[in-house]
Design a binder for this molecule. Sequence first.
Ligand SMILES: [Zn+2]
Length: 234
Amino acid sequence: MKIRKLMSVLLFYTLVVGIFLTAAYWGSRATTVIARKIPLERYATVVIDAGHGGVGGGATSCSGKLESTFNLEIALRLNDLMRLMGVHTKMVRTSDISVHTQGETIAAKKVSDLKNRVNLVNGTENALLVSIHQNTFSDSRYSGAQVFYAQEGEGQQLAEQLQSALVHSLNPGSNRRCKPADGIYLMEHLERTGVLIECGFLSNTEEEAKLRSAIYQKQLICVIAATVSNFLDR
Ligand SMILES: [Zn+2]
C-alpha cells in the first residue's frame, strides 16, 4: 500500500514538473517571438531610394558616369539581398527615371520628384528609409562613405552603426562620422526614420573605380544589409 502511495505521489510530481517545464518552454518561446516581432512590426518596410534618376542625374563621376546610375546599381543589389534576408522592401525607382508627376521645366520636375519621394516614404506605414547617393568634391583627395540621418534617436543610431560598419569594413583609417542631414530636402521633410548613405566620392579616381566595380558594390550592400538587418532585429 505504501509503495502504491509513493508511486502515485511520484507520478503527481512528475506531472507537475512536466507541465511546469512545458509551460516555461512555450513561455520563453512566446517571449522570444514577441521580442523579435516588436521591432519588425515597427519597421515593416525598408524603403530603398536610388537617388536622382531620369532628368536629374546628380553628380558626374571623374570617368563621366552619372551618380544616378551608381545609385540605381547599388540600390537594386541592396534590394535583392534584403529580400533574400526576409526583409520587406519597397523601391522608389527600379530604372533610370525621375519620379516626378508635375512640371514643365527640369527644375520643376526635380521639385515634383523630391516631393513624390517624400510622400512615398511618409505614406508607407512603419517605413525605414535607406537612400543611396554618391558624394563629390572639388578636391579629388577626399574619399570614404558617409552616412546622414533625418532625425536624432533611432535614425541617428542606425547612422552611427552604418558609419562604423562602413569604416571598419571598407574604409579602414577613415575618421568620417555620420551627420544630421541638414539642407537635404528628402531628409528634412521625412516623418519616418531614415538614413542617407553617400557611398563614396565620385571625384576621387581610386574610389570611383571601386564604386564602378561589381565586387565593391557587393561589399557595400553586404555591409549595409547586415547592419540594417541587425537594427531591425534588436
Ligand atoms: Zn546625390
